[in-house]
Design a binder for this molecule. Structure first.
Ligand SMILES: Nc1nc2c(ncn2[C@@H]2O[C@H](COP(=O)(O)OP(=O)(O)OP(=O)(O)O)[C@@H](O)[C@H]2O)c(=O)[nH]1
Ligand SMILES: [Mg+2]
Length: 443
């Protein structure tokens, strides 16, 4: 454990609550206890105590827990103060601590210290942030799996394999007389091929882990006046978007939060897509195109009295949209039934935002489709995928130089360092700053 200055923060959400938690970590914990709690604390024992300011005035009646290094979240001495959840009192406690023995922590600094003190690896640190920010239950289950070390274990397994392979190759380079070149070439090729197979499988599961980690974003798109804003309002259960009979009403991408079966989903109502010279509408269409790009799911709305036509087909094609549902809206005008049909592999929902026919069925199906249900792989990030892909391409390059062992060894060295970087070895301070700045203060 390395010793650092003492940090402190309010770790619970700001605002009035039954209880609020202030925590501190670092070398000055004993001084904080001596000066402001003024009683002996046994490690890991919740103790009812009073907290005083420097002048001896009673501030709050609290519960405190002292964690002695290295058995704490950060690996350092830590103090957790459970105060009454009044933000004024909590601020005061924090101020008293920071005036003498600590400084305010930066976002994610407690977790960064846990990483620096080898309590967790970088994958697990990222999983803590993913867990706190999970927008749906499957994402939180997946993040918990990664936090428990499932993904790290797989990376460690790959690292062990590559280390063995590197050791064999280095031995062949240094002691060529101990083995025939044919044998060592064959073993190396087999070893690299096996690693490539493992990496490919892992990259597939990382794709699923990235998907489950993303907040579901449903973009509602289509031509003007087909009822996109009306549909957004129906799904949300409130009039959030302006609806009018004038085509081109929505000029912006309107982001709305929808909680569907305890899952948080973003619904984006967009500007209708058409050729127009109206400068504002053109900007709105550009924003719609960005929304299409960021969406995890597309609802493509058509007016059932017009039907799905050539223009719709062209819009889908031009915007590279291949995975979508078609919503045939305004079935009250066509007197169609609120059915779900499959045409050419595309699901069509027939609804009316006016009569509400078909809307509940759409909501039910949407809650299943919009939320990724593969929580078995654990969460992952693009950073992991990029490093795994880099490792894979260096292993493949190694295969190509198989009769030149020095070159193979060099490729394996780089492939190895990419895997180590996933776990947090040899990473730059900039990268750490980027990762931990996404955390909340106090975590
Ligand atoms: N009869 C009928 N009219 C509807 C239905 N849904 C929407 N409308 C009408 O269609 C018109 C356009 O609705 P909007 O929801 O504003 O359509 P939009 O696609 O958001 O339009 P833009 O924002 O201009 O692209 C309004 O007059 C709505 O009242 C429906 O199910 N049945
Ligand atoms: Mg609209």
């Amino acid at each position: 454990m390395t010793s650092r200055d003492t940090i402190a923060a309010i770790s619970t959400a700001y605002g009035k609550s039954a209880i609020g938690i202030i925590r501190a970590s670092g070398d000055n914990i004993t001084s904080i206890i001596n000066d402001f709690i003024r009683r002996e604390l046994h490690p890991r024992m919740a103790t009812n105590a009073k907290i005083y300011d420097r002048g001896g005035t009673l501030i709050d009646d609290v519960v405190v827990i002292y964690y002695k290094a290295p058995s704490s979240y950060t690996g350092e001495d830590m103090l957790e103060i459970q105060s009454h959840g009044n933000p004024i009192t909590m601020d005061l406690i924090l101020e008293i601590i920071c005036n003498s023995h600590a400084r305010l922590s930066k976002p994610g600094e407690f977790t960064e210290r846990a990483f620096m003190n080898d309590k967790i690896d970088l994958i697990q640190a990222e999983a803590i942030s993913d867990f706190i920010n999970a927008s749906h239950l499957n994402a939180s289950k997946a993040a918990m799996m990664t936090l428990q070390g499932n993904f790290s274990k797989k990376i460690k397994g790959l690292i062990d394999k590559i280390v063995t392979l590197r050791a064999n190759i280095e031995a062949c380079i240094n002691f060529p007389e101990d083995d025939s070149p044919q044998n060592s070439n064959k073993d190396t090729t087999e070893g690299i091929n096996s690693l490539i197979g493992d990496l490919r499988k892992l990259i597939e599961s990382v794709d699923a882990g990235i998907k489950v980690n993303k907040k579901p974003i449903v973009a509602i798109i289509g031509k003007p006046n087909v009822g996109k804003s009306s549909l957004a309002n129906c799904l949300l259960g409130e009039d959030s978007s302006i609806v009018s009979s004038i085509p081109g009403t929505t000029r912006d991408a309107l982001h709305h939060d929808l909680v569907l079966n305890k899952n948080n989903i973003t619904i984006i109502d967009t500007a209708g897509l058409r050729n127009t010279t109206d400068v504002v509408e053109v900007k709105g269409i550009e924003v719609t195109k960005k929304s299409i790009h960021n969406a995890t799911m597309i609802l493509y709305v058509v007016d059932d009295s017009i039907g799905y036509d050539k223009t719709d087909k062209a819009i889908l094609f031009e915007n590279n949209i291949s995975d979508y549902w078609i919503i045939n809206n305004k079935i009250d005008l066509t007197e169609s039934n609120p059915v779900i049909l499959n045409k050419d592999g595309v699901t069509h929902f027939h609804v009316s935002t006016k009569s509400m026919d078909g809307i509940n069925t759409l909501l039910e199906k949407l809650s299943k489709k919009a939320v990724p249900n593969d929580e078995t792989t654990g969460t992952a990030r693009m950073r992991h995928k990029e490093l795994l892909s880099s490792s894979l391409s260096h292993l493949s390059a190694g295969l190509e130089h198989n009769n030149q062992l020095e070159l193979v060894a060099e490729e394996l060295r780089i492939a190895h360092s990419s895997l180590v970087a996933i776990m947090g070895g040899d990473v730059t301070e900039d990268l750490l700053d980027k990762i931990f700045s996404d955390f909340c203060i106090g975590k």
